[in-house]
Design a protein around this ligand. Structure first.
Ligand code: 0X9
Ligand code: ZN
Length: 544
């Protein structure tokens, strides 16, 4: 039995931390100047359900720069309120609301207690999830578990660091899973990610659990087919600095990264200092596609701060470079909370994508086993600079945001088990949705195939360089560049994204991949332009 005194102590600490954060989120210097009496009465952090009967109301609400969740309906949006100042903003703008969670610090205390009880009671320990986990991982746990998977399954895994360490100098880890993972072949890639947003802990858990599942059950015919024909790439923690701040309860509601000052690395302890809790760049507003448009803030204390420029952050640069260096034909970025599968576009005025039919088919097929709603990113509110709005428009690969979980950013751990395996309404859970995504990845009607003959052992390269526009019309250069090595036997098959980008297709144009053949020292021996659509197979023979 936990002792009551200890519980009270923990609650006081948690409440103080969250309240302190709350105070700083709305007025960073209050703590320094206020008299002790006003500091002693902390304001509760709450979830409010705001009445937004139309899209216009939602847009007006979003313009207030409050901490919106993705949880909402046609007529409501839930948000995190940090106290009087936030409520005053709402009131002054004419909004009405009801309180859904009166005290998030208290709810978190109950979550911690419930999770301890769950871990104690789990019989047999960890029966629920592929890894056997019974509690949320810490950042160190993710490192240990990824290393252990790599050590246990050497021929099926490749563990590597992404190109850029985080702002606080942490490595961002990726695990690639495939049968014969070391072969430099042309299998299509399915990328699964978690924890762009620090406080959304289940998003990392679901990601790494699917890696366990594939590896532990690789003899299952369905999984064997996936591992034979595709590469599944996992980045469970995109934002390790933010996650550590949230997971250690330094500031449990942390969402963004640790950028305190634009373009400058944070000093030791700066991100953990309560006066900086409201600072940071939102990684999910920092991607380059349409960067700087609606639904992203210019205010550094906003939870949707877009950052100083498109891809200004190492966390988003990592994903940009990862996606650009291989043929990611399916992408899922996991978030919490709501029960949604979101597909582009992220802002309404963009219009439907030219791939709407196939996009909707896959989104619906993934949402069904989770009992989620499949819809457009913009349906609750507009956003720009989000992950799949860049990845889809740059590569044509089908990217989705999953918003898991019904009622909080990190609910009790038993919820993670039902999110993964499926609960009462959901038949197969995230597991089934991820398997569906993996099967779509190997489905040749959903991507392009280039095949042909070429001398065994030569390196083939598919490359494309183009300008991606941000919201202002300014552009930056995107380069997609991936390679394979022609196997013994001299014929290759390359599962790739279509050569024509969606926006070029929308304008009725076509675009080609540049396919080159290179010697061992990198000399280009032959170059071909290859035009290939989704669902199409073309032949490209090279003599090199
Ligand atoms: O706002 C976000 O980045 C995502 N929601 S969350 O609560 N996890 O932060 C949703 C982005 C999805 N895209 C659109 N709503 N357009
Ligand atoms: Zn999120």
């Amino acid at each position: 039995m936990p002792n009551v005194r200890a519980r009270a102590g923990r609650w006081a600490v948690a409440a103080a931390l969250v309240s302190l954060a709350a105070a700083t989120a709305v007025a960073p210097n209050v703590g320094a100047q206020a008299d002790p009496a006003s500091v002693a009465k902390p304001e509760a952090v709450q979830i409010l359900r705001v009445s937004t009967p139309s899209h216009v109301h939602k847009a007006r609400l979003q313009a207030l720069d409050l901490d919106l969740t993705e949880h909402g309906t046609r007529t409501t949006v839930d948000l995190v309120s940090y106290g009087r100042a936030d409520r005053a903003k709402l009131r002054d703008a004419g909004f009405s609301w009801r309180v859904v969670v009166a005290d998030l610090a208290e709810a978190e205390r109950l979550r911690v207690e419930a999770d301890k009880e769950y871990a104690r009671a789990a019989r047999p320990p960890g029966a629920g999830l592929p890894s056997g986990r019974t509690a949320y991982r810490t950042l160190a746990d993710y490192g240990t578990d990824l290393a252990s998977l790599a050590a246990t399954y050497p021929s099926q895994t490749r563990l590597f660091n992404l190109n850029h360490p985080s702002l606080e100098g942490r490595q961002v880890k990726a695990l690639e899973v495939s049968n014969n993972v070391a072969a430099k072949d042309g299998k299509p890639t399915f990328l699964v990610m978690g924890v762009h947003h620090a406080r959304e802990w289940p998003s990392g858990e679901l990601t790494i659990e699917f890696a366990y599942d594939l590896l532990k059950n690789s003899a299952d015919p369905r999984i064997k087919n996936i591992l034979d024909k595709s590469r599944v790439l996992f980045v469970p923690i995109v934002n390790p600095d933010g996650f550590d701040v949230s997971r250690t309860q330094t500031y449990e509601m942390k969402r963004k990264n640790c950028r305190i000052t634009d373009l400058v690395l944070p000093g030791a302890g700066e991100c953990q200092n309560s006066s900086n809790f409201s600072l940071g760049t939102d990684p999910n507003r920092n991607y380059g596609g349409f960067w700087g448009g609606p639904g992203a803030s210019t205010s550094k204390t906003s939870e949707t701060y877009r950052g100083s420029g498109a891809f200004s952050e190492p966390e988003t640069q990592n994903i940009q470079e990862l996606v650009s260096s291989r043929q990611v034909v399916t992408l899922i970025t996991n978030h919490t909370y709501s029960n949604l599968v979101l597909r582009p576009p992220g802002y309404a005025a963009a219009g439907l994508t030219p791939d709407e039919a196939v996009y909707k088919a896959l989104g619906d097929a993934m949402a069904a086993p989770m009992g989620y709603t499949s819809q457009y990113g913009y349906q609750l509110y507009d956003t720009t600079g989000t992950t799949e709005d860049w990845s889809y428009f740059a590569t044509g690969g089908l990217g989705f945001t999953f918003e898991h979980g019904g009622n909080s950013f990190h609910p009790t751990f038993s919820n993670v088990v039902s999110m993964y395996k499926g609960g009462k309404k959901a038949t197969g859970g995230a597991r089934e949705a991820f398997l569906t995504a993996a099967e779509s990845t190997v489905n040749e009607t959903r991507h392009a195939v280039i095949s042909g003959t070429a001398p065994a052992g030569v390196t083939l390269r598919l490359k494309k360089t183009f300008a991606t526009a941000t919201w202002s019309g300014a552009t930056f250069q995107d380069t997609l560049d991936s390679t394979l090595v022609v196997p013994a036997g001299g014929s290759y098959t390359w599962h790739a994204n279509p050569s024509t980008r969606p926006e070029v297709e929308q304008d009725g144009g076509t675009e080609a991949w540049t396919l080159t053949c290179e010697s061992a020292t990198g000399t280009v021996l032959e170059t071909k332009q290859v035009t290939v659509d989704r669902g199409q197979s073309v032949t490209a023979n090279l003599t090199c």
